[in-house]
Design a protein around this ligand. Structure first.
Ligand SMILES: [Zn+2]
Length: 293
């Protein structure tokens, strides 16, 4: 089955909703970064939330980044998504292992206390930055809190990743349901009740339920209208040219010190691990192009 994101409204537009399946995307992240099971679940939830929040943006070039800096052993996670269903990310310490809690992978323990930052770059003005304190460090609750605190949009974010016994990803996906201004109290209560009593998102995904099925469970009785669906995927987009531009932006002084080392520079993409090599003669040419001293 392909990974997809579905966008929908319900209750005549008083509810907007997203749901996605990200099993292949999260497995790709796990494979590229050789992530431990608990980091795969933490990063998988963040990638899943990120790809849906990316889909909320309007223009193809818009970028959304979610960064979690925390005191747990993972220390830092970063996810970047665009409006077209592409997502990528990395954890500072991808191989972290922590003891299970109540028989489950202890995501909150691996993440720890910290701050969640959302950075929206729409290319027009200064990027929007919203910082919130992590409330449970389970990611879904923390994004729910972000929407309430930073965007003043009452939301429910459900994110889930289930691992196979062989430490690969069995299922991943999630939903975001948001109330628009004017949604009545009765609608709010009905939704809260349905969200509280619905099966776990990971159970639904493992049963082969699609994002549409999941929205049907939550919003079926509220006049669910599916607006569109698009593929979701891991996509890095790094290239030699981009790495070159990045190096040039370091400035003449920094490049000169690399030249003085007399060895080719190897730059690794932190998102996908791909490595790019720049020989000394090319560093010389880049120094000529640098604007910064
Ligand atoms: Zn890359």
């Amino acid at each position: 089955m392909e990974d997809t994101i579905v966008r929908a409204i319900a209750a005549g537009g008083y509810v907007r909703a997203f749901a996605c399946r990200t099993t292949n995307t999260v497995e790709e992240a796990r494979r590229l970064h050789n992530m431990s099971p608990v980091v795969t679940v933490a990063m998988g939830r963040l990638l899943t939330g990120g790809v849906m929040m990316g889909a909320m943006m309007k223009m193809a070039d818009d970028r959304l980044t979610i960064r979690i800096q925390s005191q747990g052993p993972i220390e830092m996670m970063l996810v970047t998504a665009d409006a077209a269903g592409h997502v990528k990310g990395f954890a500072k310490n991808p191989q972290v292992i922590v003891p299970n809690k109540n028989g489950h992978l202890d995501v909150a323990g691996a993440v720890g206390l910290g701050v969640l930052s959302v950075i929206k770059d729409t290319g027009l003005r200064e990027p929007y930055v919203g910082d919130t304190i992590l409330v449970t460090s389970e990611i879904g609750d923390d994004l729910t809190n972000y929407f309430a605190e930073s965007e003043q949009v009452p939301s429910s974010v459900g994110l889930g990743v289930r691992m196979n016994k062989d430490a690969t990803v069995a299922a991943a996906g999630g939903f975001i349901v948001q109330l628009m201004p004017g949604a009545g109290e009765e609608l709010t209560l009905r939704l809260e009740n349905r969200l509280r009593t619905m099966p776990q998102i990971t159970d639904l995904l493992e049963q082969g339920k699609t994002p549409e099925d999941i929205l049907q469970i939550i919003l079926g009785p509220e006049g669910l209208e599916i607006l569109d669906r698009m593929p979701a995927s891991w996509h890095c987009g790094c290239s030699r040219a981009r790495m070159r531009t990045g190096l040039i932006s370091l400035g003449k002084k920094e490049l000169q010190s690399m030249i003085d080392d007399g060895k080719p520079i190897e730059v690794n993409c932190q998102f996908c691990g791909k490595s790019y090599e720049f020989p000394v003669n090319e560093l010389e040419a880049m120094k000529q192009e640098a604007v910064k001293a």
